[in-house]
Design a protein around this ligand. Structure first.
Ligand code: UD1
Length: 365
């Protein structure tokens, strides 16, 4: 049968960065009349890492919650797989959409490909070429298994071609995270003045750190914290702390000077508002490299590599690694407003999820 009729799409989300990617795709598919099921694996479970995003982004409550919780990579991936398989068998989706590069993404893709259910990978083709990152393994495996690969930038298409993925399966659609950003920016702007005065902020920088390579051991984390502590004497730094980071370093965070403001994780709108008006963002997150590129906020990335090179070549991102001298230099440059690259990559236009929904609607089932 040829397309242009409704199908049953099952979305799998599990961790914080999945929620803002799935929200616009869900919406675009709903507008085309498709039936949809939302499965939350429970990889992230704290209210501040999960529930607030569902509420804030207007995503419906999950139809199925697997409640897998935390564990080693093998435990978490295996738990998702064994709980997800019966859901797929019972719900019989025509297509399953997985997002990004978290353990929930690869676990669901593995289940579906073995059941012969078509898999679409949203945010496909990104590569850091660093296999010590768990997310890189998740990306490589998911892309090998996926039937439809939706890329956010042309480097994704090039990576997939090099890995031998047939080009008929690859669709350059743009960045769904930016769809969400564009939709919610007016709300974030409206909230900012009150939020700013609640936090008693004037000029500030924003920090996030959660990558295992940065926060899991003291030889990496403590020198980083010391530099941030010093920089915060020049510009207050707001640091919403990920649970992974808080668990390990709560004592050390409390000992920092009060200008390094370690607070609880923020909701989507609050964080977006802070990113937009920050003098500088210091991070190891992938999504934040993209959001700052769109917003034109200087981003200093505390990693040796990035799977999002377009944010370096086109956007406002600079890779710092552990070069603290470079961090200081770029920090001062940002404070003076001397940062030059501020372009928006092609198809980061708020319509990526529309393009995905069009591809899905046009398929033969
Ligand atoms: C996961 C993703 C990472 C993504 C990040 C965003 C993988 C391999 N990693 O990393 O790509 O950038 O989410 O946040 O999928 N914890 C809580 N409450 C929660 C969730 C986690 O306290 O709601 C704690 C647990 O102790 C857990 C630790 O944080 O062991 C790490 O959580 P986990 O989901 O394993 O990885 P993240 O570091 O969050």
């Amino acid at each position: 049968m040829k397309g242009k009729f409704t199908v049953m799409v099952l979305h799998v989300v599990g961790a914080r960065p999945n929620f803002m990617k799935a929200a616009p795709v869900y919406r675009a598919l709903a507008a085309r009349g498709h039936k949809q099921t939302l499965v939350h694996t429970g990889q992230h479970y704290d209210a501040l890492m999960s529930d607030v995003f569902f509420k804030g982004l207007g995503i419906p409550d999950p139809d199925e919650s697997l409640n897998v919780g935390s564990g080693s990579h093998a435990q978490q991936t295996a738990a998702i797989m064994s709980l997800f398989e019966p859901v797929v068998l019972a719900r019989k989706p025509d297509i399953v959409l997985v997002y990004g590069d978290v353990n929930s993404t690869v676990a669901a893709a593995l289940v579906c490909s073995k059941l012969g259910v078509r898999v679409g990978h949203v945010e496909s083709g990104l590569r850091s070429f660093d296999r010590s990152m768990p997310e890189e393994i998740n990306r490589l495996v998911t892309d090998q298994l996926a039937d439809l690969l939706f890329t956010p930038s042309v480097d994704g298409d090039e990576n997939l071609a090099r890995e031998g993925i047939a080009k008929e399966k690859v669709f350059f659609v743009g960045n769904v995270m930016i769809d969400t950003l564009i939709r919610f920016l007016p709300e974030a702007d409206a909230l900012f003045p009150t939020f700013k005065s609640e936090l008693s902020l004037d000029s500030y920088g924003l920090v996030t750190l959660h990558r295992p390579s940065n926060v899991d051991d003291e030889t990496n984390f403590l020198p980083m914290l010391e530099v941030l502590d010093k920089l915060s004497c020049e510009l207050p730094l707001v640091f919403p702390v990920h649970p992974r980071t808080r668990q390990k370093w709560s004592t050390q965070l409390e000992q920092c000077n009060p200008n390094l403001r370690a607070i609880a994780p923020l909701g989507y709108l609050e964080f977006l508002a802070l990113q937009k008006s920050a003098k500088v963002v210091i991070t190891d997150s992938g999504g934040i490299q993209e959001e700052t590129t769109f917003l034109g906020t200087p981003c200093l990335t505390l990693r040796e590599n990035t799977e999002r090179p377009i944010t370096l070549t086109c956007g406002s991102n600079v890779l710092i690694g552990r070069d603290w001298e470079l961090l200081r230099k770029e920090f001062h440059k940002a404070l003076k407003g001397n940062q030059t690259r501020k372009n928006i990559p092609p198809l980061w236009d708020g319509r990526a999820s529309e393009r995905i929904a069009d591809v899905i609607t046009g398929l033969t089932y």
